[in-house]
Ligand binder design. Structure first.
Ligand SMILES: Nc1nc2c(ncn2[C@@H]2O[C@H](COP(=O)(O)OP(=O)(O)OP(=O)(O)O)[C@@H](O)[C@H]2O)c(=O)[nH]1
Ligand SMILES: [Mg+2]
Length: 342
């Protein structure tokens, strides 16, 4: 994984880590061609752009991103509301570069964090060259009921929109056909039928996304797949582990901040702080005699080591940031896009 991330390092980011967003913007602003595509092909022949992955929670957006990249980059769980901040994954082919932006699921916002998640999806759609809407074939009724939210997010959209009906590996043919017809009519878009998990229909879908890209030089080196710092992915892997090990509200009340990342040490030394919303949750996170936090640390460390490809020492601390999901200042500190009032 690491050798496929950028060689640019930001502060406190390991040397082989991904570029940060501001570096990405610089190359975009300069219109710098960092990859030329096939040998002998001029820069003018290359296609590149941002592809927004949107849809209701749990439709398989992150699974699809990982399937397209052939790497586990974005965290996945059977529970809805896994992705909270946009995740960027870059797919470079012979003549095209697709910068996928995996977004939080479109939901009925109940608090400020939800509104921030919705805002992340909306902003991604507004700035994307291509939008791919993912709908879940196992939940056609839910998809149809949520049509207004989808229309609302897509309302300012002028560029190409594609639809993929996902999870066809475990839905009935009738449900797939009904949803495909509904989605095609509702969004006026071409509909693909895929299984992100079983990796069916992905190549064809990627070819169609490619065809919808504008002519543009590549924005990232050919072998780079991520655009966010490694510590972002480390925190995400800890959150994924939280979703696996705790039930109900704990994973949804906890945000993870990487407080220290020292790669001059061997093993690499990482300290993460888990911010709970309330004191009682802090107790649950730590568990009796510290058992829960210890288990979490072991499982998360294994994931992080697989991701980085090196041994890691992981220290987890638990703090309380009272009611952080509802507090603009706290969300801002945690790196969320804070929506304006309204
Ligand atoms: N059967 C089946 N399950 C799938 C498929 N794609 C994704 N899933 C499962 O659906 C669940 C949700 O997948 P995610 O990729 O986390 O969904 P998401 O849209 O990113 O969810 P949020 O981040 O909450 O918006 C996981 O259990 C996946 O394994 C598929 O093609 N078939
Ligand atoms: Mg997701």
């Amino acid at each position: 994984m690491f050798n496929r991330m950028s060689q640019h390092s930001g502060t406190a980011v390991p040397p082989a880590a991904a570029t940060n967003r501001s570096e990405a913007k610089v190359s975009e602003g300069e219109g710098r061609a960092v990859g030329g595509g096939e040998e002998g092909r001029g820069v003018g022949a290359s296609l590149a752009g941002y592809v927004a992955l949107i849809g209701r929670p749990n439709t398989g957006k992150s699974t699809l991103l990982n399937a397209i990249l052939g790497e586990k980059l974005s965290i996945v769980s059977p529970h809805a509301q896994t992705t909270w901040q946009a995740v960027i994954g870059i797919h470079t082919g012979a003549r095209s570069q697709m910068i996928f932006v995996d977004t939080p699921g479109l939901l009925e916002p109940r608090d400020l964090l939800h509104r921030s998640m919705l805002e992340a999806a909306r902003a991604t759609v507004d700035s994307a060259d291509v939008v791919l809407v993912l709908v879940d074939a196992t939940r056609p009724r839910h998809e149809m009921d949520a049509a207004d939210r989808l229309r609302d997010v897509l309302q300012r959209r002028k560029g190409p929109i594609l639809v993929a009906v996902n999870k066809i590996d475990c839905a009935s043919e009738a449900a797939i056909a009904a949803l495909a017809q509904w989605a095609g009519e509702t969004l006026g878009a071409r509909v693909h039928r895929i299984s992100a998990r079983a990796r069916n229909g992905i190549e064809e879908l990627v070819r169609e996304i490619e065809a919808a890209l504008p002519p543009m030089p590549f924005l990232y080196p050919n072998d780079q797949i991520a655009a966010q710092p490694v510590r972002f992915f480390v925190a995400e892997l800890i959150r994924e582990t939280l979703l696996e090990q705790f039930r109900q509200e704990i994973p949804y009340s906890t945000w993870c901040v990487i407080d220290a990342y020292d790669e001059s040490r061997s093993p690499i030394s990482i300290r993460a702080i888990l911010y709970a919303e309330q004191n009682s949750q802090k107790g649950i996170l730590i568990g009796e005699g510290g058992r829960a936090i210890k288990e979490l640390g072991i499982a998360a460390r294994e994931k992080i080591e697989r991701f980085i490809g090196e041994r890691v020492f992981l220290e987890l601390r638990v703090k309380v940031a009272q009611g952080w999901r509802q507090k603009a200042r706290q969300l801002h500190r945690f790196g969320f896009r804070v929506p304006t009032a309204g």
